[in-house]
Ligand binder design. Structure first.
Ligand code: SF4
Length: 320
């Protein structure tokens, strides 16, 4: 599979970077895995974190193929030099270390640039006796080529759907809002294909007798102020194409963060809503639309999540 690093097309950017020979693409990843932190995460959705003390065994990778302007993980995703390079063997060991601590799953966070090494590590871990669900927790800008590598290895896909296609844009036209907010003008079309493929591979989310995710797809969507993520367009697409039984996590935790801190930031002056948290009315509108579309398996969040879910990766455990 190493040839896939020679002209990298593992995500929608299609950089064609020869990573095997030192070239870097948009994600700045080489051929070794960048590890930021491995922690027990109690703040994920109930099918992932479960009842205390189990938690989700979260392995956060450094670097990212997206460039979200308000990324809450910016310390590890977009800061040059963040994280430590590890081998696939190290990753397998980490999975077993977390499993021994009693976590309910192995949750691979922002894995896209490292999919080749990660696929090998999952395979080795499963052959070695790891019997926890593998959760692929991705920004949702994965290429079909990358997802093909994961077929049969990933148990639970947990992608973002960050923004819907602007219905007024001609097909194939880059979306300037998606470009400015997430660093990918074709995010929506790439994301739609990825979500469909994830559903094809694993189906609707199923849970075990303890209510813990065992297999399938759960989609995350962060509602933005002023409907900037086009939630009102996205929800009907999800219901129609992924089914009304889709398990959806509708997140309210938007907070002006990272590159968006004040309305003095000229770069984002055209999006004044981003300088404030989401309002209750905006979030309720999104939840009511989801329910009216029949998306009844929707996890909702308290607006207080905007302050309580902010990690600090300068601490040994970003969430504690
Ligand atoms: S993973 Fe994506 S961003 Fe990184 S080099 Fe490959 S195509 Fe480019």
């Amino acid at each position: 599979m190493n040839h896939l690093y020679r002209a990298c097309r593992l995500c929608g950017h299609n950089c064609l970077a020869d990573r095997q020979n030192g070239q870097k693409g948009r994600c700045r990843a080489g051929t070794t895995i960048g590890l930021a932190q491995a922690v027990i995460h109690h703040g994920e959705e109930p099918p992932l974190s479960g009842i205390y003390p189990g938690g989700s065994g979260a392995i956060f990778f450094s670097r990212c193929n997206l460039a979200c302007a308000f990324c809450q993980n910016w310390q590890i995703s977009q800061t040059p030099g963040a994280g430590t390079d590890i081998t696939g063997e190290n990753l397998v060991e980490l999975m077993f270390t977390l499993a021994e601590k009693g976590v309910y799953n192995i949750n691979l966070v922002s894995p896209t640039p490292y999919v080749l090494e990660i696929a090998r590590a999952i395979e080795k871990a499963k052959v070695g006796g790891l019997n926890l669900p593998i959760v692929y927790n991705t920004g949702g800008y994965d290429s079909l080529q990358a997802l093909a590598i994961l077929e049969g290895l990933v148990d639970v896909y947990l992608p973002d759907a960050k923004i819907a296609q602007d219905p007024s844009l001609p097909p194939g036209e880059p979306d300037p809002v998606a470009m400015r907010l997430f660093g990918a003008g074709d995010y929506a079309p790439v994301n739609c294909l990825a979500l469909l493929e994830m559903k094809r591979q694993t189906g609707t989310l199923t849970v075990d007798g303890r209510g813990l995710a065992s297999r399938g797809l759960m989609v995350r969507h962060l509602v933005l102020p002023d409907d900037l993520a086009r939630t009102s367009v996205l929800l009907p697409w999800l219901a129609e194409n992924l089914g009304k039984d889709l398990v959806l996590s509708l997140m309210a935790q938007y907070h002006p963060n990272y590159r968006i801190k004040s309305d003095d930031n000229f770069e984002f002056r055209q999006f004044p809503g981003l300088t404030r948290p989401l309002s209750i009315r905006e979030y309720d509108t999104a939840v009511e639309q989801a329910w009216s579309l029949g998306l009844e398996n929707t996890f909702v969040q308290d607006l207080a999540a905007a302050t309580s879910y902010r990690p600090d990766f300068n601490k040994p455990d970003a969430f504690n």
